[in-house]
Design a binder for this molecule. Structure first.
Ligand SMILES: NC(=O)N[C@@H](CC(=O)O)C(=O)O
Ligand SMILES: [Zn+2]
Ligand SMILES: [Zn+2]
Length: 428
């Protein structure tokens, strides 16, 4: 069985037909004969390697009311993703070989995207003692990335030990950079809007001080560090400095931090409540410039589904987090491609090649070439779509883009040769 995608523009440049069979790309060329292939029209669409997200909350085990591995990977397929990294803040926490293997197994069973579990750095995300990092690495889930995301590994000694520990097997620590003492009770970005509306502020320095510390620790012990959801201009500057020193640091920005700002909190709608908080226009500009010059390596969605009751309430009681898998590519198109900061090859880099490389994946993030695994995303850049949380694949409706029109949409997704999304509809 083979499928022929016709007329797509590969990374926004040459137009070609792409044939896939047996999980691989078997032919690329112009005016290919259909033969007995199923033909899928991709005219005018941008063909990208399947997107890879290093930062996804799938909520299973524990919060299946908000998301499951199945619903979350269906959302991934709808968003053009062929691999997601399932964050460790589940219940129970992904801090043992048993739990990470269970999550990987659920991913394989669902079949919509590669599910790579992230292991917790500390037992129960409690920040007190290291989890079984090596056992998780050696398990069938083959964990290489570890994170207490949701919590910061704030103890510098523990952070140092974690960095040292994973160095032996080429692992990486992904830090949620938030000095907890500086953010006690914090509700939103600390600035003129928080002062005006009377919500407790989360200062930029709470993020920047941890990034500075951890870059120096990574340098000291010679280990790899990844900074999750970078949100401030100062953070971008620190990471640019660290990279110039040769420190092995990589960094991520989310679609929401490059598109939305703290003024939205004036609505008191907890839909805009997220950790780290939405920042200022100047921070947004710095993040975009950082993505354009490579200081920021990846776009990570931080897809964080929450059930209605956790968001349908007053701001202070609302949960932190926003969904993002199904809007990520269109937001990147709008915020980075339309203004000319990135071209589609850059998008492939920040949303597929780089994240796959950071995680050490070998069959994702590959170029669109004959012989490569058939992991593909076809995006129509001229088909605006209005976001509706209720109509998304994710179980939760806490999208910050509700009612907004984004400039394009993912039409087809192929995961290891399986068409997981066709014409904007996720396969059954
Ligand atoms: N980003 C968030 O606001 N929330 C995330 C945790 C996290 O990414 O820190 C969640 O798990 O809900
Ligand atoms: Zn986080
Ligand atoms: Zn997260």
């Amino acid at each position: 069985m083979s499928t022929l995608f016709t007329g797509a523009s590969i990374l926004g440049t040459e137009t070609a037909d792409i044939r896939i069979a047996d999980g691989l790309i078997t032919e690329i060329g112009t005016a290919l004969e259909p033969g007995d292939s199923t033909v899928v029209d991709a005219t005018g669409m941008i063909a990208l390697p399947g997107l890879v997200d290093l930062h996804t909350h799938l909520r299973q085990p524990g919060r299946e009311d908000a998301e499951t591995v199945l619903s979350g990977t269906r959302a991934a397929a709808a968003g053009g993703f062929t691999a997601v990294h399932a964050m460790a803040n589940t219940t129970p926490v992904q801090d043992t070989a048993g739990v990470v293997e269970q999550v990987a197994k659920l991913g394989a069973k669902a079949g919509y995207a590669y599910v790579q579990p992230v292991g917790a750095v500390t037992v129960g995300l409690a920040g007190e003692r290291l989890a079984e990092l090596e056992a998780m690495h050696e398990s069938r889930a083959n964990v290489t990335m570890f994170s207490d995301d949701g919590q910061c590994v704030s103890d510098p000694v523990l952070m140092r030990r974690a960095l040292e520990y994973v160095r032996s097997f080429g692992g990486i620590i992904a830090q949620h950079a938030q000095e907890p003492r500086l953010t006690e009770g914090a509700q939103m970005h600390e600035g003129n809007v928080s002062a005006e509306i009377g919500l407790a502020g989360w200062p930029a320095v709470a993020e920047e001080s941890i990034i500075a510390r951890d870059c120096l620790l990574a340098q000291h012990v010679g280990s790899r560090l990844h900074i999750l959801h970078v949100s401030t201009k100062g953070s971008v500057e620190l990471i640019r400095w660290a990279k110039a020193q040769g420190i092995k640091v990589t960094a991520e920005a989310t679609p929401h931090h490059i598109s939305l700002d703290h003024a939205l909190a004036r609505s008191y709608d907890p839909r805009y409540k997220v950790n780290p908080p939405l920042r200022t226009a100047a921070d947004i500009e710095a993040l975009k410039a950082g993505l354009a010059d490579g200081t920021i390596d990846t776009i990570g969605t931080d897809h964080a589904p929450h059930p209605t009751e956790a968001k349908d309430c007053e701001w202070a009681a609302g949960a932190f987090g926003m969904t993002g898998l199904e809007t990520a590519l269109a937001v990147v198109h709008k915020e980075l491609v339309e203004p000319g900061l990135l071209d589609w090859a850059d998008v492939a880099r920040v949303m597929s090649t780089k994240p796959a490389e950071i995680s050490g994946m070998t069959d994702q993030g590959q170029p669109i070439d004959v012989g490569q695994p058939a992991n593909l995303c076809f995006y129509d850049p001229e088909s605006p779509a209005t976001v509706s949380g209720r109509h998304q694949e994710t179980k939760s409706s806490n999208t910050p883009y509700e009612g907004m029109t984004l400039p394009g949409r993912v039409m087809h997704t192929v995961f290891r040769g399986r068409v997981t999304c066709l014409g904007g509809k996720v396969a059954e």
